[in-house]
Write a protein that binds this ligand. Sequence first.
Ligand SMILES: Cc1cc2nc3c(=O)[nH]c(=O)nc-3n(C[C@H](O)[C@H](O)[C@H](O)COP(=O)(O)OP(=O)(O)OC[C@H]3O[C@@H](n4cnc5c(N)ncnc54)[C@H](O)[C@@H]3O)c2cc1C
Length: 474
Amino acid sequence: MPAVTVASLDGDAVTLSEDTVETFRASFGGPLVFPGDADYDEVRVIWNAMIDRRPALIARCSRTQDVVECVNLARDHGLLTSVRGVGHNIAGKAVCDGGLMIDLSLMKQVQVDGDARVAVVAPGASLGDLDGETQKFGLATALGINSTTGVAGLTLGGGFGWLSRKYGLTIDNLLEVDMVTADGELLHASESENGDLFWGIRGGGGNLGIVTSFKYQLHEVGPNVLSGLVIHPFDVAREALPFYRDFCATLPDELSVWAVMRHAPPLPFLPEDFHGRLMLAFATVYAGDPDEGEQLLAPLRAWGDPVADVIQLNPYAGFQQAFDPLLEPGARNYWKSHNFTELSDGLIDTLIGYVENLPSPDSEIFVAQMGGATNRVPADATAYPHRDAEYIMNVHTRWTDAGQDAECVAWARDFFGATEPFATGGVYVNFVSEDEGRTAAAYGENYARLAELKQKYDPDNLFRTNQNVAPAGS
Ligand SMILES: Cc1cc2nc3c(=O)[nH]c(=O)nc-3n(C[C@H](O)[C@H](O)[C@H](O)COP(=O)(O)OP(=O)(O)OC[C@H]3O[C@@H](n4cnc5c(N)ncnc54)[C@H](O)[C@@H]3O)c2cc1C
């Protein structure tokens, strides 16, 4: 193995000698990928095509010991390091320029114990991998809404989706983890063991170490759930959004309704002449008895004159993939996100103005209904602090031509500024774009405690390629 020059933590470079690389290779169970290797580009690429970074070395872990070897190499030589789960994060922190990329995406194992209703999940699994296994037992845990997202990154930031009003955030269903910390130790963390670490892992991102195993509580879900879309032309948004707000206020935890605003994609159930027109979609899942769901959804379905109503019984795992075609990798993406405690008239007016001027055919704004179980956990019980958010709005600005970068990013920033007066000031860490510097807003009152934990578990900030919390006192 030739020597390799790798970017260092101090902003310089370190050369790993032939011997060092060979010793590392001999102890490492998975493939190592270098610039120039046939699969280098495929392995370094992540979901957001805005991010184009070139690590000096990609270590594709196949087992927990590989993660330990990587952490020891990185620490002993002071290497700039990034950690990749599935590589979905908008900010692209999974990959670093010139450094060591610890790639966990080959570690996809999911083990379900149907009697105990728990799943043990490796850090490269996607939501689809997990749902696919748990649904074999008629079980599921609260995850996100796009099946190709990584379980690891989603969980470490908090995690929310269709089941969250009923069962809480993903972290509220996390029972225990195994984590490799900066000193190369493998620690077990749960409420009863290394409880401080477990507090920080639940929302603190990759700041405290590398999680090699997640154990989740599962619940009876499906196999079919009442779910689907009601789609209106966007012209009715001024009446439909206040109706949506009032309707949401009446709903039990089992029912979640999200509002999605965008140009209509060419979906088979939409009339052809509606394709490309602005639409307002209400997307919903009822996590309970479908007959009860039918009754609760009746007012939503009776409202106005929808272009399409495709609410029906769908396989839960299938509905978890319903939005995948709109969110495929390879496009350029820039996100902006706010948390809201209410959808005020002023916010609705502002929103409508910006939807009418979306900068590209694939851009969308979604408003996710939170509340329910997500907000019954005290804000200081986990590192994720936003237990007051009734809605999370995310602006998915999405396009393909790099020539449109400036226009699309400017539109998103402008919209973000215009809606800021209505927002709580907090933000979900997993929706923070690369350039935002909103880590303090992401952790709010919990930031100081997280910084203390960072000082305890990673005082030299080895794990810094993330939404970084600086060690306290540094
Ligand atoms: C299309 C799309 C849809 C989404 N929908 C939702 C949704 O419905 N709900 C929701 O809550 N979120 C959603 N997200 C956000 C998602 O939760 C984050 O992007 C998440 O970070 C993805 O996880 P990943 O493992 O793929 O991330 P990666 O990009 O691989 O990693 C993200 C961060 O986590 C760190 N990390 C990854 N794995 C580990 C590990 N094992 N140990 C320590 N650190 C690690 C990385 O270093 C990096 O800093 C969505 C994202 C996309 C792109």
